[in-house]
Design a protein around this ligand. Structure first.
Ligand code: PLP
Length: 394
């Protein structure tokens, strides 16, 4: 029955496990271990575990399991392993599923730490990685080979908001038997289309929209039971990347409101794009489902909304851009996104500072580029703040 619920209902109820007290709010089981009734029971649990048995929190915990079932249900996947951070999820999934000699094709427009894992770490262990322009279907077709084992991309890229044609890439990958891993952080759990488009695994940084209030780091690897409770769980439980119960409990409470929050923030992001489009101080406004985005038709075929983040390009380079940022009164300068508080980020000098200039140029991370994360403030206040700051930059 719970599998037939709509995502919004799943976000409130799915995966609940009640103790003997029948509590309303999910319990936080802040425990590392579990006591056995007998030596025989301990022996049996170390042989095999049923769904409701636990032995050690690095392997699993009731509160964490509630969160795993709930987020997997929302995204439409069979199962999930919850991790200490989004990067623990990305690096864990990649390392669990790859071996020396494997070939991976990935979109070049990736979060900096993902690029490090792919190029530096996997390269050291003999995995061959081909980086391509993720918006170019012909480039995917050309790069995917009969021996390609995996393709990896961000459904919507951070910070330039490029969109991958997920159905096309999934078909090309599955034609050669490669697994598809989508880093789904920007698409948001509410508007995620990874499952619908056939991605084998969706990885989310739950630090972003799941927490949504700037508190805790977390990550989730969602996929089939076979992959998640097979190679992924084996790798994660032995290498120590399991989410802690406090984070899982906070995330469970946050999932109760995620649908309301993300819809309001996504609506605000689109309204900001509409209000700023054509502003004389801006050379570009980018939000995937807004008509000014070069891929907006593709974006709309994949999801009704493109999430809570937009990008703008301020005219006048770094100097004008810094004047704009420093003039903001409500929007904070920071480097996270998906927070209830609106945030402006200057990728060229912060999150992507270390990227060589030619790579910044290829990815479109210009001195005027600002990533804006729409929060839960009144949208008219946000528009007024951004406009007054642009006036002062000009
Ligand atoms: C934030 C982010 C990550 C990393 O998540 P953490 O929780 O910070 O480890 C990975 N990929 C994308 C696209 C992100 O936005």
């Amino acid at each position: 029955m719970s599998n037939d619920w709509k995502p919004r209902t799943k976000a409130v109820h799915m995966g609940s496990r009640r103790s003997q007290y029948n509590e309303v709010s999910e319990a936080m089981f802040l425990t590392q271990g579990f006591i056995y009734d007998s030596a025989e029971q301990a022996e049996a649990r170390f042989q095999s575990l049923t769904d409701d048995e636990f032995i050690y929190a690095r392997y699993g915990n009731p509160t964490v399991r509630m969160f795993e079932d709930r987020i997997a249900g929302m995204l439409g996947y069979e199962d999930c392993f919850a991790c200490t951070s989004g990067m623990a999820a990305v690096s864990g999934a990649l390392t669990a599923l790859l071996k020396a000699g494997d070939h991976v094709v990935a979109a070049r427009a990736l979060f900096g730490s993902c690029l490090y894992v792919l190029e530096d770490i996997l390269g050291r262990f003999g995995v061959e990685v081909t980086l391509i322009d993720g918006t170019d279907n012909a480039a995917w077709d050309a790069a995917i080979r009969p021996d390609t084992r995996m393709v990896f991309f961000e459904s919507i890229s951070n910070p330039t908001l490029e969109v991958v044609d997920m159905r096309h890439v999934v078909n090309a990958a599955h034609a050669v038997g490669a697994l598809v891993l989508a880093d789904d952080a920007m698409a948001t759990p509410v508007f995620s289309y990874a499952r619908e488009c056939g991605a084998d695994i969706a990885i989310i940084s739950t630090t972003k929209h799941v927490d949504g209030q700037g508190r805790l780091l977390g990550g989730a690897i969602c996929g089939s039971k076979e992959l998640v409770r097979g190679p992924i769980e084996a790798y994660m439980k032995h290498t120590g990347g399991a989410m802690n119960p406090f984070t899982a409990w906070t995330h469970l409470k946050a999932l109760e409101t995620i649908d309301l929050r993300v819809r309001a923030q996504a609506d605000a992001a689109l309204q900001l794009a509409q209000a700023l489009d054509g502003h004389p101080m801006l050379s570009a406004v980018r939000y995937p489902t807004h008509p000014s985005h070069p891929q907006h038709e593709l974006a709309l075929t994949q999801a009704p909304s493109a999430g809570t983040v937009l990008a703008i390009e301020v005219k006048g380079g770094k100097e004008a851009c810094f004047k704009f940022l420093n003039a903001l009164e409500i929007v904070s300068i920071s480097n996270n996104f998906a927070d209830a508080k609106s945030i402006a980020t200057h990728p060229a000098t912060t999150t992507h500072q270390r990227l060589p200039q030619d790579q910044k140029d290829t990815l479109g991370i210009s001195p005027g580029l600002v990533r804006l994360s729409a929060g839960l403030e009144d949208v008219s206040d946000l528009i007024a703040d951004l406009k007054q700051a642009l006036d002062r930059a000009g």
